[in-house]
Design a protein around this ligand. Sequence first.
Ligand SMILES: [Zn+2]
Length: 78
Amino acid sequence: MELREIKVKTKCDNGACRNMADYVIYRQDTMSSQSLRLCKECLAKIAELAKPLKTKQKSPKTTQNKPKTTAEPLGKKE
Ligand SMILES: [Zn+2]
């Protein structure tokens, strides 16, 4: 994903927002017509909202290990 300043006049993709878009977020494998265009206000707000999510995603190995089949030691009688 890339974030770039938008060069054409177009509306912010946030439906409720009536600003003109200032930035475009696009993926390499996506057509430019499908990219996300946001004004700087919405972008900043989304970034704020995403902050706690980012830190969550970074924490490594939150996935639980599969329960190991406890191999019981056979013939260990003393
Ligand atoms: Zn906006």
